[in-house]
Design a protein around this ligand. Sequence first.
Ligand code: TMP
Length: 234
Amino acid sequence: MNKLEMLYEGKAKRVYKTDVKGRYWIEYKDDATAFNGEKKGQILDKGIVNNKMSALLFQMLELESIPTHFEGLLSDREQVVKAVEILPLEVIVRNVAAGSLAKRLGLEEGVIMKETVLEFCYKNDELGDPMINDYHIAAMGYATKDQVETIKNYALKINTLLQKFFIERDLKLIDFKLEFGTYDGKVILADEISPDTCRLWDANTDKKMDKDRFRRDLGDVESVYQEVLDRVQK
Ligand code: TMP
């Protein structure tokens, strides 16, 4: 497979066309942003951690009957994926209050949710990814009602599978963000699952083991990303 022209450069990845029909070439960068791009930096070898961790988790999810875009690793920072059309939604799953939910509802971080919370945001950087509900999604045509139902079912199942996977590695899954796309008329999981897109706390100490270390200037950023990859690979 050969890499052709770049289709899109995001904040953390570049997407290239390939000479194979229905396949994209993804390159994970070390660039890190927060607060809708207001804070910018680099996390050394983050691209390697996120590429390898996403690959491993997507393969695990495929074995559990979750369809994903993942096709195969190309190198430390590169992978081949199905050429999905991304739905303009960020799907957030929360088990424990943290981040914007803690702020919005005036909760202390760490409060356990009595039920899993699902949120949708409209994926639009200029608008700062505003939160929306099923009615906005239908009214704006961001996804069909059937697609929303499929996404909700997949998101909840993924949450169950990931919680189990991470706790076996002494990590609590606080919350995470998913993106879905369409391929061959079906909804499949796309984008990535990594310390950029999950909140993970050490199960014994509650140490933050994710991008909050960068967002909040907590230090140990690179070593924590490596530690998460090491635990995930066990
Ligand atoms: P939040 O508490 O800031 O809304 O974040 C919820 C989860 O979503 C958290 O695990 C981090 C992840 N997330 C992203 O992956 N991308 C984003 O742009 C934002 C704001 C959050």
